[in-house]
Design a protein around this ligand. Structure first.
Ligand SMILES: [Zn+2]
Length: 673
C-alpha cells in the first residue's frame, strides 16, 4: 500500500520525461516548453544529474538557471518532479575525497568520470547528498511548479556492490547486528567447510576475489548488507525531504527490469510515497512486450496494487545494448499503454530532448536529433493526446487477479550463487514463462512478493523459490485448505535463510505440502530435453522423486529420471491441491500445464476469445476500462463492448482490435469491485 494519501502530482495521467535543460543553451528552453505543451507534457523530472552545475565548487551554489527553468515550466502549467542530484556527485567532491570511490571485487578502485561513482557506505556521500538535498528542499520545496521529489536515480545501478575497506567495516558492523556472536556466524555460513572458521568479526571481509568458490553464506549476507546500505541511503535522503517539505511526495525510480537485482525493493516501499519504475525493453527479444508486462506486474505488486509511475522508458532505441533496435511505428503507443493497463498512472521517458553530446547521445528522446518535424515527435504528440483522453482512468486500479505469482529477491540472490547443480537455471526464467503463459491466455495475474498476503487468490504459483520465507509453507497450506491450487516448481524450498540445505529430501520446505520427496537432482546436458508420459517436453532439469502422498500426473518417459514422477498433485479434503512440477517445461507444455491448473481452479480469461490479445482491466469508482493490446500482425476480435478511448468510436462485441493496435474500452457493463 502506498503511503501517499495526497493528490497525484498531475490532474490526468502524468506524461513527460527527464528534462535536462542544463545540456542546452538557455535560448532552447522556450522552444522546449512550447513543444512540451504541443505534446501534452504535464510532468518533468528535473535536475537528476545537475549537481555539478548547481554547486560548481564546494559551498558555491548557482541557482539562477534552476530558478529560471522552474518559473518557465510553471508558467506553462508543467509540474516538476525535482531530483536530488546524488546520482552524479561533482568532480570536486571526488577529488577532495577519493576514498568515496567504489572498489570492485578485484580490489580496483574506480575513478570519477561517469556516474554513480560512489561507495554507498561512504560517510562522505551520505553527508554531501543529504546536505544538497536539504539545500534544494529549503529553496524549492514551496515553488509552485514542484509536485514531488525524485531521490537520486536508479540507486545501485552501477555501484551496487563495493568491496573497499569502508564497506568491509560496515559489513562487519552489519554482521554484528545480525548475529549474536561470531560462533552463530560460523554456524550460519557453514565455515567448518574448508576450515573457514572465524574467531572474531574483525577477521571477516567482503567476498572479494578469492581462489575459487567463495563461501555462499558470506555471499548471500553481502547481498543483503549491500541492499540494506542503499535502503539506508534512500532513507537518509527521504528523511531530509520529509522534514523540510512534508507536503510533497517522494519517490525513487526502481529498476524492475531484466536481470537487475541489486536492491530488495520490498525493503524500500515503506520509505517512499509513490512507487516509480524505469523500464527498458531488451530490444532484440521478440517477446520483449511480455517481459514488459511481467515487469509492470512486479512493480504493481511492490506498490501493493496502488497506481504507480513509469518514470523512464524510451521513445525508440536505447544506446547501451549490443544492437539498439529502433521501435516500430506504433510500438511507442503499445508499450506505453501496456504500462498504463498494468497500473501506471504516468508515462515518462528518458529523456525530453535527445542529447547532442555525452554518453547517451544515441539514446532516443521525445525530441530527436532530427527535431520536432519528425515521425517520432508526431508519435510522441499522438501518445500525449491519447493519454489526455485516458485521464478518467487515473486513480483506478488493476482488477485483482485470482492468480498470484510469487517472486522474491532473496531467493533470486541465493539461487544464482556459484556451484549449483546447473548453470542453465536462471531464477527469472520460470516466473517469466508462467507469467507469459497467463498473459497469452488472457488471464489476470498479480505478481507479488513471496511475503505478500495470499488471501483471495485461487491459484498461487511458486516458481524456483529456492529460498522461501519461513512462514510460506503454512500460508500455502492455508490456500490449499480453503480449496485453492498451489503450483510449486523444482528448486523451490531447498535452503534456509542462510543458504543451508533443509535435510530429509527435497524440497525440504514444501515436502509435506506437496507429498513428494526428492533424493537427487538430475539436470540435463546443455540443450537437452526429456519426454513426459503426458506428451510434455522437459528442459534443463529433472529430479529423482518419489510421490508417497501425491497422485502422479506424469512420469519421465526418458532421460536421467526415467520412470519417476515428473508432475504430481496432492489433493486435500475440500478440493484444494498442491501441484509439483519437477522439470522446466517448454513453452507449449507450460501453457498446457497452466491451462490445466486454471481449469481445476475454475479460473477463466478476462474475456472470451481466441487469445493472443493482451487484455487487462482497470476498475475505479466510476466504472471499468478494458485495455486490449494486439502484439500480432493479425486483426484479432475482442468480445467486449464499450467506447474505445483510443480511437474514439464505440466497440461492439467481436469487433477487431487491428494488428499492432490498442483499444481501451470504457466498459458499458459495470464490473463489481
Ligand atoms: Zn566501499
Amino acid at each position: 500500500m502506498s503511503r501517499w494519501t495526497g493528490p497525484w502530482p498531475t490532474d490526468g495521467i502524468a506524461f513527460g520525461a527527464d528534462y535536462n535543460p542544463e545540456q542546452w543553451p538557455e535560448e532552447v528552453w522556450a522552444d522546449d516548453v512550447a513543444l512540451m505543451r504541443e505534446a501534452g507534457v504535464t510532468l518533468v523530472s528535473l535536475g537528476i544529474f545537475s549537481w555539478g552545475q548547481l554547486e560548481p565548487a564546494e559551498g558555491q551554489l548557482d541557482f539562477g538557471w534552476l530558478d529560471r527553468i522552474l518559473d518557465l515550466l510553471h508558467e506553462a502549467g508543467i509540474r516538476v518532479d525535482l531530483a536530488t542530484p546524488s546520482a552524479a556527485p561533482p568532480v570536486w567532491l571526488h577529488l577532495a575525497h577519493p576514498e568515496m570511490l567504489p572498489v570492485d571485487a578485484d580490489g580496483l578502485r574506480l575513478t570519477h568520470g561517469s556516474r554513480e561513482s560512489w561507495c554507498v557506505s561512504s560517510p562522505v556521500i551520505r553527508e554531501h547528498a543529504t546536505r544538497i538535498a536539504r539545500v534544494l528542499a529549503e529553496r524549492y520545496g514551496h515553488h509552485p511548479a514542484v509536485a514531488m521529489w525524485h531521490i537520486s536515480n536508479e540507486l545501485a545501478c552501477h555501484n551496487g556492490r563495493c568491496y573497499c575497506d569502508v564497506s568491509a567495516a560496515a559489513f562487519r558492523d552489519w554482521l554484528g547486528k545480525e548475529y549474536p556472536d561470531v560462533d552463530a556466524l560460523n554456524l550460519a555460513w557453514g565455515t567448518a567447510f574448508w576450515g573457514q572458521r572465524y574467531s572474531s568479526f574483525e577477521q571477516v571481509l567482503p567476498p572479494r576475489r578469492t581462489t575459487t568458490i567463495p563461501n555462499p553464506g558470506q555471499r548471500l549476507d553481502f547481498e543483503r548488507f549491500s541492499s540494506d546500505a542503499f535502503v539506508a541511503h534512500l532513507e537518509a535522503e527521504a528523511a531530509v525531504l520529509r522534514e523540510v517539505t512534508p507536503h510533497l511526495p517522494v519517490t525513487t525510480n526502481y529498476m524492475v527490469m531484466g536481470d537487475f537485482r541489486q536492491i530488495d525493493y520490498t525493503q524500500t516501499t515503506p520509505l517512499i510515497d509513490i512507487v516509480s519504475n524505469d523500464h527498458y525493453l531488451a530490444a532484440e527479444d521478440p517477446r520483449g512486450w511480455a517481459e514488459l508486462a511481467f515487469s509492470a506486474d512486479r512493480v504493481r505488486g511492490l506498490a501493493g496494487g496502488d497506481p504507480w509511475l513509469l518514470m523512464e522508458h524510451s521513445t525508440s532505441a536505447v544506446n547501451w545494448q549490443p544492437r539498439n533496435l529502433a521501435k516500430q511505428p506504433g510500438q511507442l503507443l503499445r508499450n506505453s499503454l501496456q504500462h498504463v493497463a498494468r497500473g501506471a498512472d504516468g508515462v515518462l521517458f528518458f529523456q525530453w530532448r535527445q542529447s547532442r553530446a555525452g554518453a547517451e547521445k544515441f539514446h532516443s528522446g521525445m525530441v530527436p536529433h532530427a527535431g520536432a518535424d519528425s515521425e517520432l515527435f508526431r508519435e510522441v504528440a499522438h501518445l500525449g493526446a491519447t493519454l489526455g483522453r485516458l485521464a478518467e482512468v487515473r486513480g483506478s486500479v488493476v482488477e485483482k487477479g485470482r492468480v498470484a505469482l510469487l517472486w522474491d529477491t532473496q531467493a533470486w540472490w541465493a539461487s544464482e550463487l556459484e556451484a549449483h547443480p546447473t548453470v542453465d537455471l536462471h531464477y527469472l526464467d520460470l516466473p517469466r514463462a508462467l507469467h507469459g503463459a497467463l498473459v497469452d491466455a488472457g488471464v489476470a495475474v498479480d505478481v507479488v512478493p513471496a511475503t505478500a498476503d495470499l488471501d483471495g487468490y485461487d491459484v498461487v504459483l511458486v516458481p524456483t523459490l529456492y529460498l522461501a520465507p519461513a512462514d510460506l509453507p503454512d500460508r500455502l497450506s492455508a490456500v490449499v485448505a480453503r480449496g485453492g491450487h498451489v503450483l510449486v516448481s523444482y528448486f523451490s524450498g531447498i535452503v534456509d535463510e542462510h543458504d543451508r540445505v533443509l535435510l530429509g529430501g527435497y524440497p525440504g520446505a514444501f515436502r509435506d505440502l506437496l507429498g513428494v520427496r526428492g533424493e537427487e537432482f538430475a539436470p540435463l546436458r546443455e540443450g537437452g530435453s526429456v519426454q513426459l508420459s503426458d506428451g510434455s517436453t522437459g528442459l534443463v532439469w529433472t529430479e529423482r522423486l518419489t510421490a508417497d502422498d501425491a497422485e502422479v500426473l506424469a512420469t519421465y518417459a526418458d532421460g536421467p529420471s526415467a520412470g519417476g514422477p515428473a508432475l504430481t498433485r496432492r489433493t486435500v479434503d475440500g478440493g484444494g491441491a498442491a501441484w509439483y512440477l519437477s522439470t522446466r517445461l517448454d513453452t507449449g507444455s507450460t501453457a498446457a500445464l497452466v491451462g490445466r491448473v486454471l481449469d481445476a481452479a475454475g479460473v477463466s480469461p478476462l474475456v472470451d476469445g481466441p487469445g493472443g490479445l493482451e487484455v487487462v482491466r482497470r476498475v475505479g469508482e466510476s466504472g471499468s476500462w478494458l485495455f486490449a493490446i494486439n502484439h500480432t500482425d493479425t486483426d484479432l476480435p475482442l468480445h467486449a463492448t464499450g467506447d474505445d478511448l483510443v480511437g474514439g468510436a464505440a466497440h461492439a462485441a467481436g469487433e477487431m482490435v487491428p494488428a499492432r493496435g490498442v483499444k481501451v474500452l470504457r466498459e458499458s457493463v459495470v464490473i463489481e469491485r
